[in-house]
Design a binder for this molecule. Structure first.
Ligand SMILES: Cc1ncc(COP(=O)(O)O)c(C=O)c1O
Length: 258
């Protein structure tokens, strides 16, 4: 896996007894995928390369050519987690139909807002199905209520697409406002959140200050992200309030923090 990325992969693969090999992304602001780094990390024991695209928590989308190069060169499975694809106006599910070593993973948790129902799906070659059945835990099925809700939700796909577009528009507005704030940099995002670099060594103090105002954002312990917070896209009025409190808090941050 590349690093930083969604932390659950590490714990989940660990539970299955896998050895996880980290390949660092390039430095901010690009957080570029190192194709050579990934290909060089592969050995005869490698079972899977996992790409989170767009990536959580950096928010960026990797170039399609880089992904195709990894797929065509890696002698193993390549899984592409597309949990946030609907906010990127891009899809790689066609690669799963074109190559027999590609799995694309999607979720209804993000763009359909159904996180509590636990519904997701994969697009992958049928030849992998027996392996999927072997590896999946018992009672891995979607519950009957969740299936009803997911089908009802997909019946109004146009509404979901309009919502995703609204989130994209609001993401861009918030990013613009953040970039107009002295010392603040919103990294380009293809997701429903924005990773934001602050003019502080350690942004965890800001997370605590925002929480006092009922504004909940994430901080990450990864060294490259110590000065960053991740803001999930909400309603415009949430962001206006967040911008107010963030600007005030940064203005009153002690000198030795910056
Ligand atoms: C990259 C990524 N993949 C998968 C998930 C989990 O999705 P689900 O709710 O379908 O388990 C998340 C949730 O935060 C995520 O960020």
């Amino acid at each position: 896996i590349h690093e930083p990325t969604f932390g659950v992969y590490r714990s989940l693969f660990g539970l299955h007894g896998a050895k996880v090999v980290n390949v660092a992304l390039g430095p901010p602001p690009d957080f570029a995928l190192s194709v050579d780094g990934i290909l060089n990390a592969i050995n005869e024991r490698t079972k899977l390369v996992l790409l989170c695209n767009p990536n959580n928590p950096t928010g960026n989308l990797f170039p399609r050519d880089d992904i195709v190069e990894i797929i065509e060169t890696a002698p193993c499975l390549v899984a592409i987690d597309e949990a946030y694809a609907e906010f990127s106006r891009t899809s790689h599910t066609d690669l799963a139909l074109a190559y027999d070593n590609v799995i694309t993973l999607r979720t209804m948790s993000k763009f359909a807002g159904l996180a509590g129902f636990r519904v997701g799906y994969g697009v992958f070659p049928e030849s992998l199905m027996p392996w999927f059945r072997r590896a999946s835990p018992a009672f891995f099925n979607v519950s009957a209520p969740a299936a009803v809700v997911a089908i009802a939700s997909l019946a109004d796909l146009d509404h979901l697409k309009v919502n995703a577009e609204r989130i994209i528009v609001e993401r861009e507005r918030l990013s613009g406002q953040l970039n107009d704030t002295s010392g603040v940099l919103a990294f380009p995002s293809s997701t429903n959140f924005v990773l934001v670099s602050l003019p502080l060594k350690d942004a965890s103090t800001i997370v605590t200050a925002l929480a006092r105002h009922g504004l909940l954002v994430r901080h990450f312990s990864h060294p490259d992200l110590a000065n960053c917070i991740r803001i999930s896209i909400g309603l415009p009025e949430h962001h206006d309030r967040l911008l107010d409190v963030l600007r005030q808090t940064l203005e009153s941050a002690p000198e030795d923090q910056t």
